[in-house]
Design a protein around this ligand. Sequence first.
Ligand code: AAO
Length: 512
Amino acid sequence: MKALLLLAAVGLCWAQYNPNTNSGTTSIVHLFEWRWADIALECERYLAPYGFGGVQISPPNENIVITSPWRPWWERYQPISYKLCTRSGNEDEFRDMVTRCNNVGVRIYVDAVVNHMCGSGGGSGNGATCGSYYNAESRDFPAVPYSAWDFNDGKCKTGSGEIENYNDATQVRDCRLVGLLDLALEKDYVRSTIAQYMNHLIDIGVAGFRIDASKHMWPGDIKAFLDKLNNLNTQWFSPDTKPFIYQEVIDLGGEPITASEYFGNGRVTEFKYGAKLGTVIRKWNGEKMAYLKNWGEGWGFMSSDRALVFVDNHDNQRGHGAGGASILTFWDSRLYKMAVGFMLAHPYGFTRVMSSYRWTRNFQNGEDVNDWIGPPSNGDGSIKSVTINADTTCGNDWVCEHRWRQIRNMVVFRNVVNGQPFSNWWDNDSNQVAFGRGNRGFIVFNNDDWTLNKNLQTGLPAGTYCDVISGQKEGNSCSGTRVNVDSNGFADFYISNEAEDPFIAIHVNDTL
Ligand code: AAO
């Protein structure tokens, strides 16, 4: 009886760290600002065949429409209601996407913006994406409904009502983040309303949530609405499965709020990961790849089983959020591919790949004044569809990093080596490094200014492998570099420092 009660108690407060991806798939991709109709197609035609586990989508709920500047991407972080109706599509299109992606084994993760509603200066009217009325000044959001009682205006103790100092944990939670109307999450009504929104999504079939601005909510308030969530839809998930939770908490050290306060609720974004990896691959501050030998917890990161990791995200690829100039993005494609390759080969953390759109940057005094520009869109503001070129890349200014051969093949690599230990590390005490994943895969990097020419222990069975960075196996031939592993597991590697992609990756599913 005691044991049963204990089990029940554990069950009730069991946080969800498991991404709920189909077995054998180990990464998700953020299809930033994509339309639901395009995501559905992408699941079927690309993500499922290449073993992507899921998609993080942009916020699906109704948001404010901002016309000055013209339709910035960040208008979607200003909710007006929880109706599923945005530039990405309506509820029917959302349901169709979730169903079709789940049917091919690709999960959907919703970016849940529940810390706040629109900005305090957001005006009033029916100008939201679904046409719902709102009045920011009187705190009236009848389409939810929320009223002035549901916000933290009385609770916040700063003179401006804004977060003024990140060293004061209370104001970070109780005051407005960049003017955004801060919901009173201590209220059961607010918690229940948020849970109702999330349960609607769970019932449709989503697999989990990114919890936006988690740092700005008390961990206990997040727990309170998570405890009200349904189990996942048994059409696609086994009974009693909890949604996957990853909380956006920017913790680079130096502030009182730490990522670890949120571990009880689920995983947490590890922002140190991209900031540090960018510094190493750029060789800034005397960093070198040889130092990556103890990458992960050894670098002061959170425990691997709590971490959601990424090289860049939709904020820090354009100077928002945190990480600074070291962050690598598609704009630095050569170094970026190495960084993503390293991330996907390394066992640390649950990995998210970024997929972006291109915009016209305009640097003034080192800052991109075009950091607001929204997704490729038509004159009326509607988002352009993702067209696919003959060479499988994307058109209409969609970057589709996840379709770059080097990145896509490393998503496959990570699946192939899943569960295998980090092994056979080698470095030249500089920027040439190599490591394996048990007896399933091996990767070699040359980020030095001279050639790499080395015989290395791969840990792999003897055979002829096809490098998945320079090409891949096609039928019985290899479109990339061939690597011969001898009966003792050794192989010769040659990588010019001038190669477009100065790294080689081989795994047991790409042999000749
Ligand atoms: C827009 C306008 C604003 C306007 C507002 C309301 O830009 O001018 O006032 O509307 O009308 C996004 C955009 C915002 C946009 C917002 C709403 O980024 O520009 O505001 O939509 O439309 C903090 C939060 C973090 C947040 C990040 C951007 O902690 O949660 O700011 N990320 C999420 C989303 C993001 C979204 C929101 C939240 C809001 O991913 O897309 O905003 O829904 C420090 C703190 C961090 C803090 C940063 C930036 O970081 O630690 O917690 O992030 O500052 O303020 C070093 C430090 C590092 C520090 C960093 C930057 O790296 O080590 O700790 O410097 O100073």
